[in-house]
Design a protein around this ligand. Structure first.
Ligand SMILES: *Cc1c(COP(=O)(O)O)cnc(C)c1O
Length: 230
């Protein structure tokens, strides 16, 4: 199992590097987040030993004991899943990034949960570009308004956008969503709002991270291709 992870990471690394090269991008401009949800702490440790420094989880309850068991690593933890406002305090204690901000209420709770002297929390707005009613995220047309509301929250650092496209077997089917997310980020960036950066695009998972890199992803979130199926 653990030997597998080392091989899997080597393969994912090769694919990321190749996708960067094909598109004139630098490897260091794309952050690999290894999504460890449902997998035990020992496997996170194995991935860390293979050089991964960023890990993603999608539930506070599951992440809590895992992060505690691994504090010695000093890894960077990313919250990727839907977050209820009442878990904002716990999330702020565990995570260094939140990719799934989808309401002002959640952003305000995350901001209020800061302790004096805390570094600002990097956050991304999750966009629901598939207009899927079952999914979390803000509609494309509502992102700009939410950006303006979040910008004044001083303990947060708005860094960009995140998308989970509708599921498809074929990576080419999701390319238009990645392209749309990038266009949306560029449009918001062009407004030059104070305290707003749109430099991060969190997009691409095991099935489609190469296409996402081609379309400008700066963060890819890879679970299955590293840890195996869940
Ligand atoms: C589970 C998950 C991933 C990883 O998905 P894989 O297909 O296993 O790579 C990425 N992003 C989010 C938000 C997830 O919940």
């Amino acid at each position: 199992m653990i030997a597998n992870i080392q091989d899997n990471i080597a393969r994912v690394e090769e694919r990321i590097t190749a996708a960067c090269l094909r598109n004139g991008r630098r490897r260091e401009d794309v952050k690999l987040v290894a999504v460890s949800k449902t997998h035990p702490a020992e496997l996170v440790r194995a991935a860390y030993a293979s050089g991964v420094r960023d890990f993603g989880e999608n539930r506070v309850q599951e992440a809590n004991p895992k992060c505690q068991a691994l504090t010695d690593l000093g890894a960077t933890w990313h919250m990727l899943g839907h977050l209820q406002s009442n878990k904002a305090g716990a999330a702020r204690e565990l995570f260094h990034w939140v990719h799934s901000v989808d309401s002002l209420r959640l952003a305000e709770r995350l901001a209020q949960a800061a302790n004096p002297g805390d570094a600002r929390l990097p956050v991304l707005i999750e966009v629901n570009l598939g207009e899927e009613t079952s999914k979390a995220g803000v509609r494309g047309g509502e992102v700009a308004a939410l950006v303006e509301q979040i910008a004044p929250l001083a303990s947060l650092e708005l860094r960009g956008l995140m998308v989970i496209p509708p599921y498809s077997e074929s990576p080419e089917d999701v390319r238009p969503y990645f392209r749309k997310l990038r266009a949306l980020a560029l449009e918001i960036e062009s407004r030059n709002l104070p305290n707003v950066s749109m430099s991060e695009l969190s997009m691409g998972m095991s099935n489609d991270f190469e296409v996402a890199i081609e379309e400008g992803a700066t963060i890819v979130r890879v679970g299955t291709a590293i840890f195996g199926s869940r």
